[in-house]
Ligand binder design. Structure first.
Ligand code: ZN
Length: 985
């Protein structure tokens, strides 16, 4: 940092950087003497109030600056805070700085400031045009390894965890990802720290250290990441598929990297040299795109970018040329039939066609048009047919890829036959402009009313898109359908032929005569291959379209009225109860903040049956699954028109969430109600059996995941009448078709219903919709005495240990969660725990993950379990490396360390933590949905503290550090093991 004092800065800078009447104080004197050119401005959505500017710096780096028009928070307010942080962290800094910091602090304590404006996060994403395709053939995983190494300190900020620590202390987060042809880094943090964060971030691309000492640790981190990916069937399948590509091309590679590729196969010296060379060759400014967003004036954003990124070195070398690798899947290996052993319990058929790149066709998106039709689930669709035959329960299509789940192997041939029957119909009918226009209208509409993404998600996507589209289309390129191109659609359709198709069948039961005699190199996936018989290919090629097939009719759910309701005066801050009977309570709130033509109808159907037994809980899951299948065909067009619905079983019953453009939502709710009432008349025995099978597999797969299992067990120990997946898995086999029919009838006959309606809806409309719902259901009230209640046990003093062996013996991931129980909920206690967690989270990560490498995921969370507070520390470790006892002992050791940290905490850093927590609570909702979900959780938890955030902020403001210390001592987390209530799972 420079040597100018804070006060001088404000005086000097204010004059030349103030714009739009916003008083703004930049943190430092910026170097903006960097030449740049301005590129065309991207086309944006009509609802997007942000300003955009695209510039290209002298060194070739392209930056998209996004100035958010929303009111600027007062950045000068906490200048002292900035200073004090620099003072604490950079020892070489001049005394002047530290003195300023101290002085400011004194002033700060004296003056009472008004509450800060709502906080919003600032974010930056940087994408480099290089990825795993450029890995040296001898070092798979190099690009990924470099992505990790780059963040391990820079010449200007040499401390290894400096950036992570800075960001996480300021309510932010950072991450990175390595793709085939791009590598992306991104972060978010509070606006007032944005410049400092950006400066630290940019240094990773100017002069990263990538020291020898970091290699060992990050190699372990890469290996942990790979170990976590190992059980995933998606990743296993992907790795298998790329192994069928031409062996000389970059597609056929192992992008993850692990201890074999980064340790066993290469000397440390070569790896060190290699990773530095790779960076010098590829991490060049002219291949970087940057997107930054903050509520700052455009010229300020621009000066930040020029100052921080003007010095990123450039080499002007061309990227690796992959053009020579066309038709990489034109290999004999690719067009076969593969039986693959899944690591989860599932049966899946996947058909894959390799198409040439269609990126240059982004304006017409011919492959997406074809996917749209193949993925249709409405009347006349392929999936609707397969579902009726109970051959498939779900299917996904994307980029010429289609997967379907079916229930028995004999159907395999027929399913593929039906797929070609449908494809052949599309070929016969030819491209349909009416369908294309409907898709275009839907996408146009949703773009027009798109709700704002969080800044960090937005810049992450945008900096990647900047590599693929011209500046005008940075935002719209991947979203919109610009022009109808029937020739391109024909070309895609014609390439979907049986001879060019690869078949992957995931299943545990092989047909007779076959065995898993092959093993994939990296993931160890077991599989076997078979030629597809020529007569099958012939039959599929010539199969006629079935009479049942047709393309979708015009969509009745498309919204035409997008009118926004007028504003009311005296608009209340929180939902109001507008209907209250023994049967129903309706909470209503009209939206006047986001002003979008959308609404949310959330319903909670509460029944005492939910708590009765594992059997009844399983019945609820079963019921919901069947209901969804019954609904799909008729409700699919609604989903296509951007109306959504979702059922979920919950602890007290079933929730139904319906949302989207408000005009036709009531039509969708009526449709759902009709299916709720007529459930039994459309229930078939075949469907019952198929869903039972699917649900059994689902429970089983949940049991295989250590984290689900761990949470399940913790709650099972803590909560009365909480039933686990094991209970459910054991109950499902005994459920009969008759049981199901009986349950469905009983379920809707006696209920208590909680409803929240929020959005662009009149009160009368909301009340009408809810009244109609109740009248159609024709149910009775359950009575207050039958309302489900939950009791949480108090953990005995001392340590309780519950250890469960993972059900998947091949999975070496283990989870250690230490739960520390405190007592009944109060706002004060909950913010105390939050403060403590905020203080310890970074040291926790630094100690257990970075230094001790106990596991990839290390985190702590506050837990409110039916009114009882506590917190957990979780480590996702590998059993092969450390025993769970060892991990537990390290957590305990850390807790002692944390006690010292808390006891010795200075008053100043306590006040800073308080301020940061308050800022987190003040973060503005970017979607109406966030506000709705917050209100909804108050309603379903029976808490109704709609102003919780306000109360919490007040409680934090009043909190003294002595109270936090006292609380920690009282709950005996420090030292005295026998006195705390701890549950280790
Ligand atoms: Zn990684």
């Amino acid at each position: 940092m420079n040597k100018t004092s804070a006060k001088n800065r404000s005086a000097k800078e204010a004059s030349n950087l103030t714009s739009k009447n916003v008083s703004y104080t930049p943190p430092v004197q910026l170097n903006t003497n960097v030449k740049f050119e301005v590129l065309p401005t991207p086309v944006k959505s009509a609802s997007d109030k942000k300003e955009y500017k695209v510039i290209r710096l002298e060194n070739g780096l392209t930056a998209c600056l996004i100035a958010d028009e929303a009111p600027l928070s007062d950045l000068s307010e906490d200048e002292s805070d900035d200073e004090s942080i620099e003072f604490e962290e950079s020892e070489e800094d001049s005394e002047e700085d530290s003195i300023c910091g101290m002085n400011d602090e004194d002033e700060d304590d004296e003056c009472k400031k008004p509450p800060a404006a709502e906080q919003k996060m600032a974010a930056a994403g940087l994408c480099i045009g290089v990825g795993s395709f450029s890995d040296p053939k001898s070092v798979p995983g190099m690009a990924h390894f470099l992505e990790h190494m780059v963040f391990m300190g820079s010449e200007k900020f040499p401390v290894e965890n400096d950036f992570d620590s800075f960001i996480s202390k300021r309510g932010g987060s950072d991450n990175a990802s390595t793709d085939c042809e791009v590598t992306t880094f991104y972060f978010e943090c509070f606006e007032k720290h944005f410049y400092t964060a950006l400066d630290k971030f940019a240094q990773f691309f100017i002069a990263p250290l990538m020291k020898r000492s970091s290699i060992t640790r990050e190699r372990e981190a890469i290996d942990s990441e790979f170990q976590m990916a190992l059980p995933s069937d998606t990743y296993r399948k992907e790795q298998l598929l790329v192994s069928f590509a031409r062996s000389d091309c970059p597609v056929n590679s192992f992008t993850w990297g692990n201890l074999i590729t980064l340790k066993e196969n290469i000397s440390e010296e070569d790896l060190y040299k290699g990773v530095h060379e790779f960076r010098k060759r590829h991490y060049s400014a002219h291949r970087m795109t940057l997107a930054i967003q903050a509520r700052l004036p455009m010229d300020v954003l621009q000066s930040y970018v020029l100052d921080c990124f003007g010095n990123v070195p450039t080499n002007n070398l061309p990227p690796d040329d992959f053009k020579q690798f066309s038709d990489v899947f034109a290999t004999p290996a690719f067009t076969k039939m593969y039986y693959v052993q899944p690591s989860n319990e599932l049966t899946q058929l996947e058909l894959t066609w390799a198409l040439p790149s269609l990126l240059h066709k982004y304006k017409s998106k011919p492959h997406q048009y074809v996917s749209w039709l193949l993925g249709d689930e409405g009347k006349g669709s392929l999936l609707s047919y397969l579902r009726k035959k109970v051959w498939a329960l779900s299917m996904s299509t994307g980029n010429g890829e289609s997967g379907s789940e079916h229930n028995s192997m004999y159907a395999l041939f027929s399913v593929i036959e039906m797929v070609f029957s449908y494809i052949n119909m599309l070929k016969e009918l030819g491209p349909q402009q009416r369908i294309y226009n409907e898709v275009k209208t839907i996408e146009d509409t949703s773009f027009k009313f798109s709700t704002e993404e969080t800044a960090v998600d937005f810049v992450e996507d945008l900096c990647e898109a900047m590599h693929f589209y011209p500046p005008e289309d940075y935002i719209t390129g991947s979203e919109l359908y610009f022009e109808y191109d029937s020739e391109a659609i024909k070309t895609v359709l014609l390439s979907l032929i049986p001879e060019k198709m690869n078949v992957v069948i995931l299943c545990n039961n092989l047909p007779a005569g076959l065995s898993y005699d092959k093993t994939e190199k990296w993931f160890g996936t077991k599989y076997t291959e078979k030629e597809i018989p020529a007569e099958w290919l012939e039959k599929w090629k010539n199969i006629k379209p079935l009479a049942e097939f047709s393309i979708p009719p015009p969509n009745p759910f498309l919204t035409e009225d997008f009118t926004i309701l007028e504003e009311d005066e005296n608009h209340p801050d929180y939902p109001e109860k507008v209907l209250s009977t023994e049967l129903v309570e309706l909470w209503y709130r009209k939206d006047q903040k986001f002003k979008l033509p959308i609404a949310f109808y959330y319903l909670y159907l509460i029944t005492p049956v939910s708590q009765e037994s594992p059997f009844t809980q399983t019945m609820m899951d079963f019921f919901v699954n069947l209901l969804q299948i019954q609904l799909i065909e008729e409700a699919y067009p609604a989903q296509v028109a951007q109306l959504s619905y979702a059922f979920k079983t919950n602890d007290k019953g079933i929730t139904l969430k319906v949302s989207g453009y408000n005009e036709k939502l009531h039509v969708l709710i009526e449709l759902i109600t009709k299916h709720l009432v007529n459930f039994n008349s459309s229930l078939t025995e075949d469907m019952f059996v198929a869903v039972k099978d699917k649900l059994t597999k689902y429970y089983y797969n949940c049991l295989l995941k250590p984290n689900t299992l761990s949470k399940d067990i913790r709650l099972n120990v803590l909560v009365d009448s909480y039933y686990t997946m094991v209970d459910k898995y054991n109950s499902i086999s005994s459920i009969t078709f008759e049981n199901m029919k009986q349950f469905a009838q009983n379920f809707v006959s006696k209920l208590y219903i909680k409803v929240l309606v929020q959005g662009n809806v009149q009160k009368e409309v909301a009340v009408n919709v809810v009244n109609n719902f109740i009248t159609t259901l024709n149910c009775q009230a359950i009575g207050a005495e039958s309302y489900p209640k939950f009791r949480v046990i108090q953990i005995p003093k001392g340590e309780s240990l519950c250890k469960v062996e993972s059900f998947n013996r091949n999975d070496c991931n283990s989870i250690v969660t230490n739960y520390y129980q405190s007592g009944p909920f109060s706002i004060r206690d909950s913010v105390i725990i939050e403060i403590i967690l905020l203080i310890i989270q970074e040291p926790l990560f630094d100690t257990l993950r970075t230094k001790e490498q106990l596991g990839y995921h290390v985190y702590c969370s506050i837990r409110e379990t039916y009114g009882i507070l506590g917190f957990t520390i979780t480590v996702n470790a590998q059993a092969t490396k450390n025993s769970t006892q060892y991990v537990d002992s390290r957590i305990e050791k850390f807790i002692k360390q944390a006690s010292d940290l808390l006891v010795n905490m200075s008053a100043k850093s306590f006040e800073e933590t308080k301020r940061d927590l308050i800022k987190m609570k003040q973060c503005t909702d970017v979607h109406l949905k966030e506000e709705v979900n917050r209100n909804w959780s108050e309603i379903i938890d029976d808490d109704y503290i709609f102003d919780r955030l306000k109360q919490e902020i007040k409680a934090i403001e009043q909190l003294k550090s002595s109270e936090v210390k006292k609380w920690w001592e009282k709950h005996s987390f420090c030292g005295n093991r026998n006195n705390c209530r701890k549950l280790s799972v």
